[in-house]
Design a protein around this ligand. Structure first.
Ligand code: UDX
Length: 457
């Protein structure tokens, strides 16, 4: 099938590459010439395991084209995926300007029937706006070309996106009940047929419900995390081990084990943005989502949990102190620094006069960019951030180690060496990588999240 993907960001590139892998002829459009040049030179603008191979293979097979040519992109695909960014507005709602601009481009150039798929995470009602934008362009050209807007949200996790796409646990597709909608449904059915061979994974629904499903899924997952974080903070006070509790409740199939890990807060491009956007949608309809407001507040608070523990241990004034920080990306296997907890911790430590020695296995270039933005105009603060070449390098002469991202490389460190490199054997573990008893036995002062059973009064 002939597919066009508008936007070669995270979602667009993964979707395009995986659809090409299934044998489709995929045209990827981006208006950023540098990105297209990079892709045409064999580069990949994001860090995502396995993606480079899939793109290279399908480019070589002639199934992936990268271009900035809008007219050619519209002419190419019977199905046009809109996978451009929807950054949050100042008020938290999703900014639809790129989605609507993509829709207008399609309307401006289309001649035959097109299925227009909203792949970007967009609020309920966006398909109607996309429809109106396309129709507006068609009317100006006095064209009667037919089209249908479909919602097909993505559920990819960064770091596992190719795998998630190729082995989806569900495919959500919303079509409307018009003849054009039915035509769109048939094309979408054909496109996703390879995933439904053994059992049907597609959930067909109306467009608005499909749009809402994406937000509902992310809001539910964010709620689980904030709920566990809140319990972990209480666990710290009452001498309870949140890890034991996680296992105890996760064994109930109604609850399940996943997404119950307490930590130093969730980040990334989805949860923070989508929780806010759903709250915003609710407000537009005069509703107040009390739980989601709390989910967001707990998470903002949780990003300070390591800073708070460090202050409790070392005092308010941290000038002259140095802290090693392992892990900067918002989660492992990505270089994404959006809404990363590390940024909050680094800011707090620098504000209190400390210096930080930071290391991340992949995100160092992104971290440099993100931290330069966070501390723009504060050269003194930036000079106290030391970007290190290895985890051990970061430890040298540090008063303590703080772990912010659970990269595999941090899970089995040489504890003996760690002790000799740190000024004192103190660890603040924002992802509960180690067992408190074992750490105590090994001679460490260990501060996990919700695991202070050993220090109970
Ligand atoms: C998420 C959704 O999982 C995915 O379905 C959706 O399409 C996009 O948003 P992603 O943002 O890539 O994916 O990361 P995810 O693995 O979900 O983790 C998000 C954040 O939650 C990370 O900061 C992670 O550290 C944190 N997290 C996750 C926890 O703190 N505890 C957990 O138990 C799980």
């Amino acid at each position: 099938m002939k597919i066009t993907i508008v936007g070669t960001g995270y979602v667009g590139l993964v979707t395009g590459a995986c659809l090409a892998e299934l044998g489709n002829d995929v045209f990827c459009l981006d208006l950023d010439q540098r990105k297209i040049d990079l892709l045409n030179d064999g580069g990949i603008p994001i860090h995502e395991p396995g993606l480079g191979d899939v793109v290279a293979r399908n480019r070589a097979a002639g199934r992936m084209t990268f271009s900035t040519d809008v007219a050619a992109s519209v002419a190419h695909g019977d199905i046009q995926f809109i996978a451009v960014g929807t950054p949050p507005d100042e008020d938290g709602s999703a900014d639809l300007q790129y989605v609507l601009a993509a829709a207008r481009n399609i309307g401006r150039h289309m001649t035959g029937f097109k299925v227009i798929v909203d792949k970007s995470t967009v609020p309920v009602g966006t398909a109607d706006k996309v429809s109106a934008a396309v129709q507006g362009e068609l009317s100006q050209r006095a064209s009667e070309a037919l089209f249908s807007v479909v919602s097909n949200p993505e559920f990819l996790k960064e770091g596992a996106a190719v795998e998630d796409f190729m082995r989806p646990d569900r495919i959500v597709i919303g079509c409307d009940a018009t003849p054009a909608g039915e035509q769109a449904r048939q094309l979408m059915k054909k496109l996703y047929a390879p995933f439904n061979r053994h059992h049907e994974r597609t959930f067909w629904m109306d467009v608005r419900s499909a749009e809402f499903t994406k937000y509902a899924a992310n809001a539910m997952l964010a709620t689980r995390i904030s709920f566990m974080n809140e319990l972990a903070n209480l666990a710290d006070h009452v001498g309870v081990d949140i890890e034991a509790v996680r296992q105890g409740i996760g064994s109930d199939p109604r609850i399940g084990y996943s997404f119950l890990y307490a930590g130093c807060g969730y980040g990334g491009s989805c949860f923070p943005k989508d929780v806010q956007a759903l709250e915003r949608t609710a407000r537009e309809y005069g509703q107040d989502l009390l739980i989601l407001r709390a989910v967001e507040a707990v998470n903002n608070h949780q990003k300070h949990v390591l800073g708070t523990k460090i202050v409790r241990r070392f005092g308010e004034d941290l000038s002259g102190r140095r802290f090693a920080i392992w892990g900067l990306a918002f989660k492992p296997n990505t270089d994404d620094m959006r809404e990363a907890s590390s940024r909050v911790l680094i800011n707090e430590l620098l504000q209190r006069g400390a210096s930080v020695a930071v290391f991340d296995p992949v995100a160092m270039p992104e971290a440099r960019r993100a931290l330069a933005l966070d501390f723009a105009g504060d050269a003194a603060a930036v000079s106290r951030i030391h970007f290190c070449d290895s985890p051990n390098d970061a430890l040298k002469d540090a008063d303590a180690l703080a772990i912010v991202t659970e990269w595999k490389a941090f899970r089995s460190p040489d504890f003996g060496l760690l002790k000799t490199l740190l000024k004192a054997p103190v660890i603040f573990d924002g992802r509960n990588l180690f067992e408190p008893e074992a750490m105590a036995t090994a001679g460490f002062e260990y501060h996990g999240i919700g695991r202070s059973i050993l220090t109970r009064a």
